[in-house]
Design a protein around this ligand. Structure first.
Ligand code: KG4
Ligand code: ZN
Length: 338
């Protein structure tokens, strides 16, 4: 069946058509209208501007997704839309658009959790992937470890208690003069610096917990940067990028290793997902961990790590299979739970 997936939770408006069936997982189109250039002027996402930009793009993007797939709405078996979590005004644009499409064309409507969507990107990259597995979801808003028990049943076993890894990369990137979002630029710059140039605290909270805290790490880095500025000392930008990346990557790798020896013991696959899954250092580190533990490592293609409609369509398919349909009372929520 063909599923139309719609995503508008933050600063990307996306619509995609994915063909899903037992043994088939195929992306027919995945159209993304990024608002990054607009938000870059302000150094971060401005929610009101994001909502307006989604309104401007959503209709055109959806038509393009159908066109590229060579399909019309009458071929679509379900419309899946991100309902939570995210920016409420941004989410409401996608939800209301999807609701009207579904109602007007008598197509089943499905509500998708954005985080489940990120994990579902891995199903599109590896057609043989199936639960159970351990998922590390690292994005601009989340840093979590999930036991994915079935396609629709997720248990969170670890999470950040404050900032997310992506958000902290972006903040440090901004302070060392990178345009928003700094994550990808920091990834590159880190290759040019010494990962031990600066002594930074680990985001892995000490003890048995699988939780993280990125605010202490972020503050420590900002203090070093500000103090260098005040003293008129030139900051080793590449050294900071490398040291910061090293702290984030080793903290996430440490807790993932603990999860594989703890609540995820016996699990044979690790999935890395979310926008920060594009980070080459994190990919390499978790791949090495998996090789050591004899666990299969699956990470979506880079094009599927950031927010996109295809991942929402894929996650929607599994909700469809469970018979979980929404109606015109469907709403959006900024929170992790509806
Ligand atoms: O999943 P995503 O597209 O949006 C949210 O759901 O938040 O993630 C966006 C985040 C941004 O913080 C961005 O800087 C980060 O992913 N990101 C990266 C890289 N590419 C994107 N962070 C580190 N290294 C990268 N290569
Ligand atoms: Zn996301």
């Amino acid at each position: 069946m063909y599923i139309l997936g719609m995503e508008s939770s933050c600063d990307e408006t996306s619509a995609a058509v994915v063909e899903m069936a037992p043994g088939t997982r195929r992306i027919c189109s995945d159209i993304i209208a990024s608002q990054i250039d607009v938000h870059r002027l302000y150094g971060g996402v401005v929610p009101e501007i994001a909502s307006r930009a989604h309104i401007e793009a959503v209709s055109r993007i959806t038509a393009e997704a159908l066109d590229t797939a060579g399909l019309s709405l009458s071929d679509i078996g379900a419309v899946a839309v991100t309902t939570h979590p995210g920016l409420i005004g941004a989410l409401l644009v996608g939800v209301n658009f999807a609701k009207s499409l579904a109602y007007g064309h008598h197509i089943p409507l499905i509500s998708v959790n954005h985080i489940h969507g990120h994990v579902a990107a891995a199903y599109l990259t590896d057609p043989t992937l199936e639960p159970p597995f351990l998922a590390v979801v690292v994005s601009g808003g989340h840093t979590s470890l999930f036991l994915v028990k079935t396609y629709t049943d997720f248990e969170e076993i670890g999470a950040t208690r404050d900032d997310a890894a992506g958000e902290s990369f972006d903040k440090v990137g901004r302070v060392i003069g990178m345009p928003y979002p700094g994550g990808a630029a920091l990834d590159k710059l880190a290759y040019e610096g010494d990962p031990h140039a600066y002594d930074l605290p680990s985001p892995a909270i000490a003890g048995d917990t699988l939780d993280f805290s990125f605010s202490g790490l972020k503050t420590a880095a900002l203090n070093i940067i500000n103090s260098a500025q005040q003293k008129g000392v030139e900051l080793d930008r590449a050294g900071m990028a490398a040291s910061y990346t090293e702290a984030v990557v080793s903290g996430i790798t440490k807790k993932t290793g603990m999860a594989l020896s703890g609540p995820a013991r016996g699990v044979k696959t690790l999935v890395l997902a979310g926008g920060v899954a594009a980070n080459s250092h994190l990919r390499a580190s978790l791949e090495a961990l998996c090789a050591k533990r004899r666990v299969r490592f699956v990470v979506p293609d880079r094009s599927l790590c950031g927010d996109n409609g295809a991942m929402i369509a894929a996650a929607g398919y599994f909700e469809y299979e469970k018979g979980r349909f929404a109606d015109t009372s469907l709403n959006a929520s900024a929170c992790d739970d509806m």
